[in-house]
Design a protein around this ligand. Structure first.
Ligand code: ADP
Length: 383
């Protein structure tokens, strides 16, 4: 609060000397310092050179009237926030309305009533102080957020780096054990080895996802090529068809029947489809269905993964693409997951300058939609 204890400077702009003196008499007191300008241009020059907290601005002045001064103040980023109180002749309703229109915060009328002048000045200054306090708070919060985000990245970076090596070692020994006849013959031992394998694979995935996300957040250079869109979609979901069928899900792919191309980094985009379809399979109970739909127009390609699964509650939608966010219902949590998949998907889509959206209804299913600019490297559109 201490920064607002300083004396606040009030600029009085009036071509009439008597009015200026009267207002200085009222306002030049402990907490305020009154300065004056006899015309609009002097006032504009003054606010550029000095910190001013409030302006009392006469409407009727020669050369440049109060409205114009106010408009110029509001058009300049450095002065737009300074509150303006117009000085108007009594009963001039049109003056007052126009004053508000051009950005005035309040008005006082002549002849001045001193207590009213003080009350209105204090009212505007209070608003201005609050506004600055809120802005300072928001700035502090943005800074803290940046610091925390940096810490998070550093933490994930060093933790994953330190984990990579031991996972590699355990995985290597597991490979050896899996090839040992004494273990593969012994059912109980085999069970232990299988459990360890599952654990190591899970850790491996998590570490890979965390490193990928960090890399994407720092910005990667995409390895783009022009790719036939329908072929890309078909190839990307190929491996998933079996998994869906095994779970008793109906799986269909609906892609354009042409050779239209799109510029993508196929490895990374494959990850997008893989994650979206894997999720659809994971979060859709038996007997449900999954549809992958793709279409293009002149400039844009769109991809939809539609399922008839668990759906996502409204309150989870806003943070769904943030790292480590999972829907915490019993049914969702029964499925294994880290909550990193969708943040990686979003980062990849955004690196392609595309967008991802989701529509979902609990118990009915979800539709994830990716839109990508075709951004052809060859520059030739074949739609
Ligand atoms: P996870 O590894 O947990 O699946 P994701 O980042 O891929 O992580 O997804 C975040 C959360 O969003 C999931 O935990 C799940 O609760 C929800 N979710 C994602 N896709 C679907 C879907 N198709 N249907 C229902 N819920 C989904």
């Amino acid at each position: 609060m201490s920064e607002y204890k300083r004396t606040e400077t009030i600029l009085i702009v009036d071509d009439n000397e008597m009015n200026r003196d009267l207002l200085v008499g009222v306002l030049d007191r402990d907490e305020y310092q009154a300065v004056t300008a006899m015309n609009g241009q002097t006032a504009l020059d003054l606010v550029q050179a000095h910190d001013v907290d409030l302006i009392l601005l006469d409407i009727n002045m020669p050369h440049m009237d109060g409205y114009e001064v106010c408009q110029r103040l509001k058009a300049d980023e450095r002065t737009m926030d300074i509150p303006v109180i117009f000085i108007s002749a009594l009963g001039e309703t049109d003056d007052i309305v126009k004053g508000f229109d051009v950005g005035g915060g309040d008005y006082i009328t002549k002849p001045f009533k001193f207590r009213e002048v003080l009350a209105r000045v204090e009212g505007q200054l209070m608003l201005y102080r609050q506004k600055r306090q809120i802005e300072a708070m928001m700035k502090r919060e943005r800074h803290q957020h940046k610091v925390l985000d940096e810490l998070r990245k550093q933490f994930i970076g060093s933790a994953t780096h330190d984990l990579k090596n031991p996972i590699f070692v355990i995985s290597g020994y597991l490979d050896m054990m899996e090839r040992q006849p004494t273990i593969t013959e012994n059912e109980r031992m085999q069970g232990y080895v299988n459990a360890m394998r599952r654990g190591v694979d899970k850790m491996n995935h998590l570490v890979r996802d965390m490193l990928d996300l960090l890399q994407l957040e720092h910005g990667v250079v995409l390895d783009k090529v022009d790719y036939v869109f329908s072929a890309f979609v078909r190839e990307s979901v190929q491996d998933m068809v079996m998994r869906a069928k095994e779970k008793g899900l109906d799986f269909s792919v609906d892609v354009p029947d042409d050779k239209a191309t799109i510029a993508i980094d196929p490895k990374r985009m494959n990850r997008v489809l893989d994650n979206l379809v894997s999720n659809a399979i994971k979060y859709t109970p038996e007997d449900g269905s999954i549809r992958v739909i793709a279409y293009l127009d002149e400039d844009t390609a769109a991809l939809e993964v539609v399922d008839t699964g668990l759906g996502i509650p409204n309150e989870s939608l806003a943070t769904l693409f943030d790292p480590f966010q999972r829907v915490e219902t019993v049914e969702h949590m029964e499925q294994e997951g880290s909550g990193l998949g969708l943040s990686i998907v979003k980062a990849i889509v955004e690196q392609h300058e595309g967008t991802i959206t989701v529509q979902s209804e609990v118990g009915q299913g979800s539709t994830f939609r990716v839109e990508l600019p075709r951004g052809l490297i060859s520059g030739i559109s074949d739609v």
